[in-house]
Structure formats: structure tokens, C-alpha cells
Ligand binder design. Structure first.
Ligand SMILES: Nc1nc2c(c(=O)[nH]1)N=C([C@H](O)[C@H](O)COP(=O)(O)OP(=O)(O)OP(=O)(O)O)CN2
Ligand SMILES: [Zn+2]
Length: 144
């Protein structure tokens, strides 16, 4: 809709999960050197704060970019049902061979939502606060 106002809509969800940073591509020693305390055998947990942003025209009919109720449902499926109160490395197949860094969790969420959204082109950003201090943003971009 050329000329329609373009707005950014963000919804936040919080999920609790545990993980261990460990790569099968590395030796035990290399894992300890690369991941330090995060490679501890029994793992650790986070309360991940996820912010999903969609971007699109504000419909003159509904006054919405998309219904937050719909975004909430998609995020429930893409995030809460798949990862809340789970062990990412043992309960989520995606992380069987992918290291459960926050970068990869953001990519996983993006991929899930991209497949679910009726109009995936409005998906703009997945932002994850792994801790108070560690934040990752993914926008579906690839390096050229
Ligand atoms: N590039 C990444 N590096 C690290 C990630 C990650 O997802 N991507 N994750 C971790 C660990 O999961 C860890 O739990 C977080 O590390 P850390 O910074 O030690 O956690 P805190 O912020 O709580 O520690 P502070 O001492 O308060 O900084 C590590 N690296
Ligand atoms: Zn961690």
C-alpha cells in the first residue's frame, strides 16, 4: 500500500530453559577453552526475554500492522511450546547438532516464525536478552 504509514510492532515473551554450550566439532579441551563455565557438564539456565518485531503498513481498515492476538499465538507456538521449561540441547531437536548460543536461539525462533506467519515478509527482528547484559539481534540477514 504505497503511502500507507509504516509501523513496527513488538511483542515480548519470556521463557525459562537450560543449556550447555558444547560443540561436537571441538575436543573436550577445546570446549572448555572456548566456553569456559558455560561448558559445565550439567549446564545452566536462563530466563530468556524475547522481543519479536514485525514491520508493515498500518491497515486503514483495522488500524493494525497485524493483530497482536495473532502474533501472541504464533510466538506461543514458535517459542513457548518448543522451549519453555526445556533443556534446549536435549529436548529441542534443532539443537541436537547446533550449539545453543543465543545467536542460534534467535535464528531458530526466526525460522519458526517465518514458516508460521501468513505474510512472513513483515517479520523484521528477533531480539533476545539471554541475561541482563547479553543481548542478540537477528533480522534474517546473511553476510555477503
Ligand atoms: N556469543 C555468545 N557468547 C556466549 C553465549 C552466547 O549465547 N553467545 N552464552 C554464554 C553463556 O550461555 C552464559 O550463560 C552467559 O555468559 P555470561 O556472560 O558469563 O553470563 P552473565 O552475563 O550472567 O555473566 P556476567 O559475569 O554477569 O557478565 C557465554 N557466551
Ligand atoms: Zn547460557
Amino acid at each position: 500500500m504505497p503511502g500507507a504509514p509504516l509501523a513496527y510492532l513488538t511483542r515480548k515473551e519470556i521463557f525459562s530453559a537450560c543449556h550447555r554450550l558444547h560443540s561436537d566439532q571441538l575436543s573436550e579441551e577445546e570446549n572448555k577453552a572456548v566456553y569456559g563455565k558455560c561448558n559445565n557438564f550439567h549446564g545452566h539456565g536462563h530466563n530468556y526475554v524475547v522481543e519479536v518485531t514485525v514491520r508493515g503498513p498500518v491497515s486503514s481498515d483495522t488500524g493494525m500492522v497485524m493483530n497482536i492476538a495473532a502474533l501472541k499465538q504464533f510466538m506461543n507456538k514458535a517459542i513457548m511450546e518448543t522451549m519453555d521449561h526445556k533443556n534446549l540441547d536435549k529436548d529441542v531437536l534443532y539443537f541436537k547438532d547446533v550449539v545453543s548460543t543465543t545467536e542460534n536461539v534467535a535464528i531458530f525462533i526466526w525460522n519458526n516464525l517465518f514458516q508460521m506467519l501468513p505474510n512472513p515478509s513483515i517479520l523484521y527482528e528477533v531480539k533476545i536478552h539471554e541475561t541482563e547484559k547479553n543481548i542478540v539481534i537477528y533480522r534474517g540477514e546473511t553476510c555477503s
